[in-house]
Ligand binder design. Sequence first.
Ligand SMILES: *[C@@H]1O[C@H](CO)[C@@H](O)[C@H](O)[C@H]1NC(C)=O
Length: 274
Amino acid sequence: MSSSSSSLIMIAIILLVNLIHVIGGENIVLEEGYTVTTVIDGDKLNVNPYAIFSLYGSSSDLIILDSVKSTLYTVSFSDSQVSEIKKLSGNANGDAGYKDGDLGSAEFNKPKNFAVDKKNNIYIADKGNHVIRKISKSGVTTIAGGNIRKTGKADGPAQNASFSDDFELAFDSQRCALLISDHGNRLIRQLDLKAEDCADTSSGPVLGSTVAWSIGVVVTCLIGFIVGFAVRPYVLPYAGSFRPTSGQRDMEAFPNPSGETSSDLLLRHQKRNC
Ligand SMILES: *[C@@H]1O[C@H](CO)[C@@H](O)[C@H](O)[C@H]1NC(C)=O
């Protein structure tokens, strides 16, 4: 038997084996090289995670939604350990409600999930109230369904739109929109956001100005590190009382949950931008 015909037979056998696997419903490909670890134990922290999102850009902080409690939490990390979990918004005692305004007193009704835009504004599929809520640095607002507040499938001006009692949100930066998977109505819908919510902060300037820009960044980084290390010993003694305001971080929606000193923040800020 020639070597080419024996390799043809080999190929035929391999195809046949694969075909048998497919027919038998066993076409499972186990790709190796991934690892699973537990990051947060909800039982220990008294949080039932229903949806989670990692904030854009700035840090390792996570947002967790506990649907049962109608409450959102922020989780911050240091050295990949959970360092702090804090209520972001919602009343945390399990009572559903409907209240806009400041983060501390706002209430939600069994929200299903949420989406986050490029500025870390948070959009909540508040399915119990049949509305879409927004958490920004100025507090909690209703951006869709506020005039109706009951199930339906009306499109149009967002406050007059209505939704089913089961829908989810996804942020689409390309469209600058929230995409709504309206399960109850079996519709995909789109809520156009404001341009400022979709500004892509990660894309650099166009070629040509890039070199000058890079040099500028390097110089700024160097100065930043030097200043950061230099002021560190003077700031550390006040670490207990100093609480940086949210404006010092690169995120809109949520207040500083970590107990960092200003020099830590400065150093971290420099590391991020360098
Ligand atoms: C939206 O709803 C409000 C309150 O029900 C109503 O006054 C207004 O005419 C509606 N607007 C449109 C465009 O349907």
